[in-house]
Structure formats: C-alpha cells, structure tokens
Design a protein around this ligand. Structure first.
Ligand SMILES: [Zn+2]
Ligand SMILES: [Zn+2]
Length: 291
C-alpha cells in the first residue's frame, strides 16, 4: 500500500478540464469555482460578472448555471482574463443575452491566434477535442482600451483593467470594490513559475504590469491556475520574476548559453524557493535572454 502510494507522481500532470458546480467564497461579493481554470463570479444586487469560461461550451453552461444560482435574475456580464481556450472558448455555453466584454488588445490577439490555439488544444487528447468541437468565437458586445468600470449594484463595482503585456498581450485584470479582490489571471499566481506564451509580453513588461497592480492595494487574489491568496501574492510574483531576471542576465553576461543557464537556475531556484513546486525555469530564462 505504501509502496503504491509512493509511485503516485508528484506533479499535477494534465489538468482535469471539466468544471464542477462547487464554489468557494473568496470575499464578500466574490465566489470561485476552483478548477482548470479557476472561475471568478462577482455578485452585485442587480448584475453578476463571470470571469473566464472554462474549456468549451459544456463548461461555460456549468458556470452560467452556478452564476444563476448565486445571483438569480441578475444581468449577466462575462469577461475573459486572456484568449487561451480554457479561459475564453466556453463562451457559446452561456445563455443568449450575456454581455461579453474584453479589452481591445485581447480581442485583437484572439482574432489573430484564437482559432489556431483552439485547434492546438483540441489536438492534445480526445476529451479536449470533444469539449472544443464546433466552438464558434463570437464578437464581444463591447471592448475597451485600458479600463471599463462595471456597476453591479448594491455598491459593488468591478474594474476591468488592461495594464500591458505579460503572460499574453491582452491579459485582463479585474479589481472588485469594495472587497479589494483582484482576479489576476496568469499575471499574479500563487507560487507558479511564470510563463510567457508565444504571443505574449516580456519579463520587463510583466514587471511593469505588476507595479501598476501593486498600486491597487489588493487584499485578496484569485489567480486562474493556483490557490487563492492575500495581497502579498503581488509582491511575491514581482520578487520572483525580478530575482530570476537578475540571475539570468548575470549568466548571460558571462556568455553562458540559455539552456545551460536554465538548468543551473532551475536547481538554484528549487533550493531558494523550496515551497514552490518548480519543475523548470528554462522557458522563462529564455524569455529573459531574448529581450
Ligand atoms: Zn494562458
Ligand atoms: Zn490558462
């Protein structure tokens, strides 16, 4: 029995992409479905805002049911943290009349790469193929440049924000008042090695985004692929990226190739950040070398 348990791999492997209906309360007006990815639900007295759609329409429909249970007969807003399929491709599962809003940069990125990345995700395995079958991405009802403030009623406001490029070009942040809760997408995670996607920003633009986020003064943070935390996650994310950047640039100046630097810094950061489940920092080191 013990031997069998020891064989269970310590990594998370392929995330389970089917969301359930259980929620956790993050703050006074914010709930989350924890899964792949975590979904934010912000409830005011007249309107409810859902952040992210799950992978494909079946997950979108699950989320819409949960939102309707938490906030019956409310106006339904939907936004997405970025254009990747587990965050945006569940939109067709939401009911007619859902008001879809996202920032312009994210929409442009989706217009360019949205279909292509859905095909990539669908080709990974049968479950994802089925979940993403016949997904048609629709135009948003509204786009914004840098900020759109949504009044959800009862004094609850959700500020949809675009501060610049990080994990993707169009990373959107949602800041909920009066809770001071940040729904942070991939930009602020809880002890997850950062990752810049093919169309994303640079380590420096990511740090610049974090500097703007820190001025919001978040008390609670709901990331999309890790556990809920408090406002200290923002500072922790920034320190990790800045630390890795400093070390990688030092090795680059010594003429060490990026792959070797990646290996060396993976070992070093495993020691330095023992409570982070670090597999490999090489991809981020390459992003640092490239900029
Ligand atoms: Zn992503
Ligand atoms: Zn994701």
């Amino acid at each position: 029995m013990l031997a069998a348990l020891a064989l269970v791999p310590a990594c998370f492997g392929q995330a389970q992409p089917i969301l359930g209906e259980d929620t956790v309360k993050v703050s006074d007006h914010v709930w989350a479905i924890m899964g792949f990815p975590n979904i934010g639900i912000v409830v005011g007295s007249t309107a409810v805002l859902v952040i992210d759609t799950g992978l494909g329409p079946r997950n979108g429909a699950t989320i819409a049911r949960v939102a309707a249970k938490l906030a019956p007969n409310h106006k339904l807003y939907l936004t997405t943290t970025h254009f990747h399929p587990e965050h945006a491709a569940g939109e067709p599962g939401f009911p007619a009349g859902t008001i879809l809003i996202r920032n312009k940069v994210q929409q442009d990125e989706m217009d360019q790469h949205g279909e292509e990345i859905i095909d990539t995700f669908a080709s990974r395995n049968e479950v994802q193929k089925e979940l993403l079958a016949n997904v048609k991405l629709r135009r948003p009802d509204e786009t914004f440049d840098k900020e759109r403030s949504l009044d959800l009623g009862g004094g609850v406001t959700a500020r949809l924000l675009w501060f610049g490029e990080a994990h993707s070009k169009g990373d959107e942040l949602t800041f909920v008042e009066p809770d001071k809760t940040l729904i942070s997408g991939d930009v602020v995670q809880n002890k997850v090695v950062p990752n810049i996607s093919a169309s994303g920003g640079t380590p420096s633009t990511w740090i610049a985004v974090l500097d703007q986020i820190s001025r919001l003064g978040a008390l609670h943070v709901l990331p999309d692929h890790s556990a809920v935390g408090d406002g200290s996650l923002v500072k922790m994310e920034r320190s990790f990226i800045a630390d890795l950047q400093t070390r990688a640039l030092a090795l680059k100046r010594q003429g060490i190739p990026a792959d070797d630097a990646g290996k060396q810094l993976t070992a070093e950061f495993k020691m330095k950040y023992p409570d982070w489940p670090i597999n490999n920092v090489t991809n981020f080191v390459k992003s640092i070398y490239a900029e």
